[in-house]
Write a protein that binds this ligand. Structure first.
Ligand code: 13P
Length: 252
């Protein structure tokens, strides 16, 4: 059975000290609590090692928000998959719409990053999602299917089955405007079918598909109650333990 997952994405927020305070706060808040989902915290590179150490022995995993598309070498300023894995982090967010929009990440580049992540035992949390004009034009199904097919469908069945997919409609990210539970279910079911058509029902059934975009304590339970919504990728509400914990507890 596929995993339920609540993952945070801090984006470019928090100094190292603030990040460590968050990890202490969340550890404290989770003490003695029943947690019915996998919890992942996506930090900037700077924080990975210390935050991973701090969460050791807890239910919380740590994710990077990017990796280089090269293995190693003369690529000043880049951080490789092997480097991320060496910190104790075991996930990486790839293909986020902010990286696609601001850093021009293409399907081809994302394929390279996914392959390097998998080669280094990092679980990719692969993001897809349409912009508002595409949704309004009714093109969201085609856009999302193309994002998945173009970057991922060269992977073997074995490799694809290691991925987590996150559907994040760009119009819902940081806007306070959430997809309705019905909109989320509709496109998550479509994503699962797209995966099933290529890799079969078993792989599709075992793939966790997360929703992201203004997900918070107030709407998480309703969104996660949909059969094809297996959790969330959380931006703003993942920045404080107080706002992140209720989203984790939406599975209780
Ligand atoms: P918000 O939860 O702030 O809308 O961000 C979602 C997101 O982009 C997570 O990757």
């Amino acid at each position: 059975m596929r995993k339920k997952i609540v993952a945070g994405n801090w984006k470019m927020n928090k100094t190292l000290q603030e990040g460590l305070k968050f990890s202490n706060d969340l550890k404290e808040a989770l003490k003695g609590k029943t947690v019915n989902c996998e919890v992942v915290v996506g930090t900037p590179f700077i924080h990975l090692s210390e935050v991973a150490k701090n969460f050791e022995g807890t239910v919380v995993h740590v994710a990077a928000q990017n990796i280089a598309n090269k293995e190693k070498g003369a690529y000043t300023g880049e951080v490789s998959a092997a480097m991320v894995a060496s910190t104790g982090a075991n996930h990486v967010i790839l293909g986020h719409s902010e990286r696609r929009a601001y850093y021009h990440e293409t399907a081809e580049l994302l394929t390279e990053k996914v392959e390097l992540a998998l080669a280094n035992d990092l679980t990719p949390i692969f993001c897809v999602g349409e912009v508002l004009e595409e949704r309004e034009a009714g093109k969201h199904f085609d856009v999302v299917a193309a994002q998945i097919k173009d970057a991922l469908f060269e992977l073997s069945k074995e490799d694809f089955s290691k991925l987590i997919v996150a559907y994040e409609p760009v119009w819902a990210i940081g806007t306070g405007k959430t997809a309705t539970a019905d909109q989320a279910q509709e496109i998550h079911a479509f994503i699962r079918k797209t995966i099933a058509d290529k890799y079969g029902e078993e792989v599709a059934d075992n793939t966790s598909i997360l929703y992201g975009g203004s997900c918070n304590a107030g709407n998480a339970k309703e969104l996660f109650s949909n059969p094809d919504v297996d959790g969330g990728l959380i931006g703003g509400a993942s920045l404080e333990a107080d706002s992140f914990l209720p989203i984790i507890e939406a599975f209780n």
